[in-house]
Write a new protein. Sequence first.
Length: 259
Amino acid sequence: MTDHEAGLKLAARWIADSARPLVFTGAGLSTESGIPDFRSPGGIWEKYNPEDFYFDRFLASEGAREKYWQMATEMYEVMRGAQPNRAHLALARLERIGRLDCLITQNIDGLHQKAGTSEEKIIELHGTAVYVACLDCRRRFDRDLIQERIKGGVKVPYCDGCGGPLKPATISFGQAMPERELAEACRRSSRCDLFLVVGSSLVVYPAASLPSLAKGGGAKLAIINREPTPFDETADLVIRAEAGDALTGIVNLIAAMVP
Ligand code: NAD
Ligand code: ZN
């Protein structure tokens, strides 16, 4: 057996034996669906400067809002057409075979839901791109409706009700995290017994503090990622692999283990 196979087998065993398996996903889960992540070569940050997308800049100037909507529109066009890949499908299967307690995602693309993971299992830590919200009155708008306006020449959309600035319901750098989701993610992480990271660089906080909470609560920490992360040292298992391959392998093994 290779180290890689042994790693998959160990992860499968731990998930099969876990009372509360928690999976934590990042942008790396969706690259196989054609959505670029932020930090890989060819990722979003090779094309745009992250500093242009801080929340206070968005609030402060029309120019920043215009830049933001340009980047967000480009990403959304890719997301709208994207289909769940083998990694999303394996996680949906994990729930069907009764081995998923909670799925915390940093992704905003809605692909876990599209793959069939139940809404009540998912915590979207960084919001979602599927709708747009007014920053002043909180009114929600369907994303496709707003994209139509942008295609029609509007550069920065404003609220029909109060005239406030509209923004996709995603969390930008420097923007407050959704309170309920963050609290729930912390609670679930502290009480899980297995915390499996898939496709995250684990450098974006506070999301990246969740593995430490899990470890602090006595959980095992396993990481599946293409590249090293700052948590590899503390992890109980690191699988350096493509998410789709690794998760498909692991879930096949679990399906053969659990009755
Ligand atoms: P990140 O871009 O910082 O890191 C992604 C990690 O996944 C990298 O370490 C990379 O090596 C790894 N990776 C990429 N493809 C992989 C694959 N096929 N298999 C295994 N590993 C793979 O992403 P992050 O940690 O999620 O944090 C960035 C922020 O970006 C998050 O807040 C998220 O909201 C946002 N984001 C979301 C999407 C999306 O919704 N699909 C896309 C881009 C960015
Ligand atoms: Zn409004």
